[in-house]
Design a protein around this ligand. Sequence first.
Ligand code: SF4
Ligand code: FE
Length: 491
Amino acid sequence: MKIKNGAEYIESLRKLKTRIYFKGKKIKDVTRNPATAPHVRAAAMTYALANKEKYTDLATAASHLTGRKISRFTHVHQNVEDLIKKIKLLRVLGQKTGTCFQRCVGLDGINAVYSVTYEIDEKYGTDYLERLKKWMIYIQDENLMVVGAMTDPKGDRSKGPSDQSDPDQYVHVVDRRPDGIVIRGAKLHMTGAVNSHEILVMPTTALNEQSKDYAVVCAIPIDDPGITLIFGRQTGDDRRDRLERIDVGKPKFGVVGGEALIAFENVFVPTERVFMDGEVDFTGSLVYRFAAHHRANYGACKTGLMDVLTGAVSYLAQIQGTAKASHIKDKVTEMIHLSETLYSSSIACSAEGVPTPSGAYLVDTMLANVCKQNVTRFHFEVSRLATDIAGGFLATMPSEYDLKSEDVGHLVKKYFSGVAGIPVEERIKIGRLIEAMTGGTAMVESMHGAGSPQAQRIMIFREGKLAEKIKLAKALAGIPSKKAEIKDSNY
Ligand code: SF4
Ligand code: FE
């Protein structure tokens, strides 16, 4: 692995010429800009853990392509153990950063594309998998961060890609040359894009024959001159200056992943970096496999965040003298129960993983959808309980300016104190951490990341095997089943 640790990862980003805009201005150094630096540090943790003896087994793997030691974030899952190790790794990273560390999107993209290119090649005699393997060996040996770019802007949602009045609402091929393709369009909400090295472009939805030009998978260096990134605003990002470090709540790491719009303005992609071009019949399984892997992750990374939140409110309750109250203990118990329940579904869908024809393992897709659906509820319930335990203080805390003011600092210290012996600054720091983890942008990712709740409900219903369940009920009720009725396509 060429990039060996967090510091080298940060240094590698400084060498790129990525075009990033934030609040109308170009970001000169993504590793130092206060808006993006926290996300860089969160992603750097994925590099740092690989060197910590306690976590090496989780954070690294042996490449099935070269046999060399690689980051697990560049690995193709070879068995159920790999799937479970990834889940354990994500929980640890969630605990250590309290935020999204971004690197899983590329990992899930690589795994989905790997299994699907194998199947495309089988059917059409193409050589996509060989191209992908060459690119992957580069990614693995260099130890690069890849942003998995799936979500298109979609324009008018009532229309498909080829019916849009603006064809660029979905990324598509605009030109084919002997040595490659040219693509145009954009991807939205791209987690970790500003601090990645490479982009793996994938279609956002299952496509039909009319949309062949939209069925494109390819890899592009993030600092290609045809690419522009616009970094999104987050709750409290104006607080990110040196003086207001306490008010940020989590000064070292970001609130969420750090999302950006990626615009592709006639970007040339050489043939060896194209992994799908027009095979619309494989777009559905590609999107679904990617989504399943990513939905499985959410029960792990978000559990890590919920662990931090549970710790934060428990300590705040100690500071405020409420820790021994039975209703507080009961709420903390509920937070732990929900966190562990969520984690169980991440482990379960990994334990039930199966090999695809390529040999790459895929999580159990039904359980992965259930896992992500639970995130959209349990993380919110845990945040609600945390807000309940913390009290209205979360919304009324004075700023760090007042805490440190010569004129009024003594009043803040006197009237925001808790039990004797704990500095008021600790109460405010923990309060700000809880505020950052429960409010605004922080929770949106748990609702919409890896697909909005409805996306999971569609798949849960589709995979629910209702016909089989009806057959079970009929058998027990003594009602004969006709063969024709027992088809899930009836639902
Ligand atoms: Fe990874 Fe979770 Fe962030 Fe997705 S939301 S990239 S799974 S840390
Ligand atoms: Fe995400």
